[in-house]
Write a protein that binds this ligand. Sequence first.
Ligand SMILES: Nc1nc2c(ncn2[C@@H]2O[C@H](COP(=O)(O)OP(=O)(O)OP(=O)(O)O)[C@@H](O)[C@H]2O)c(=O)[nH]1
Ligand SMILES: [Mg+2]
Length: 196
Amino acid sequence: MKIMVIRELKTIRKNDVVKIVMMGRPKVGKSSICFFLSNGYPPPPSLHPTMAFDLHSVKLENQEIILVDLSGQAGLFVAEIQEQFIKNADGIMYVVDSSEHDFSPDAQYLTYLDDVISIQVPMVFLANKQDQEGAKPPYFFERSILNTIRRNYRIYGTVAADPRGIRSGENIEKAFEWLFKTIIKKKLTSTIQITR
Ligand SMILES: Nc1nc2c(ncn2[C@@H]2O[C@H](COP(=O)(O)OP(=O)(O)OP(=O)(O)O)[C@@H](O)[C@H]2O)c(=O)[nH]1
Ligand SMILES: [Mg+2]
C-alpha cells in the first residue's frame, strides 16, 4: 500500500489559490484586518466602508491566498455575487466588534452560513476591538453565539487598529495562520490517494 501524500502536497501548493471570505456586520474591522494582513501594519484611520466587496492578495508559506472582503452593509441580504464568494470559500473569517451590546444579528448570520456553506469549511471567529472599553472577552462568544456551531472553528480576541497605536495587530496573524493551516490540512486529507 502506498500513500501518495508528497506529490499531492506539491500540487496543492503550486496551483490552488486559497480563498478566504471575511464576513461580519458593518464597521467591525474586516477591511482593517485585511489591510493588516496584506501590508503588515495597521491601516490609516480614514478607511471607507466597503462597497460590495474588495479583493486582497496575501502570501503565506509560498501559497497565494485571496481575501474576499465583503461589505457588512448588506447583512443577510447579500447579493448573488457575494453569495458565490461565500459558497466557494475554503475558509471563513467572521469578525465582530466585541464592544457592541447585542450579538443576535451575528447569531442569525452564523445560522445563515450553515445553510449556505458546508460545515466542513473551517471558520476563525475574531472578537475584534479588544482595546475598547467594555469589550467582551472571547469566552463570552464561546458561551453565547458559538455554542451551537458544528464547523471546525477557533476564536481569537483581536485588535486590528488601536487608535492609540499600542495594540494594533494583536492576534491577527495568529488567527489567520490557524485558518490557513486548517485549510491546507483539510485539502491534503481530501486529496490523499491510497493505492495498492
Ligand atoms: N478601537 C478599534 N477600532 C478599530 C479596530 N479595528 C477597526 N477599527 C476601526 O473601526 C472602523 C471600521 O473599520 P473597517 O475595517 O472599515 O470595518 P469594516 O468591517 O470593513 O466595515 P464595512 O466595510 O462597512 O463592512 C474604522 O474606523 C477602524 O479604524 C480595533 O481593533 N479597535
Ligand atoms: Mg470594509
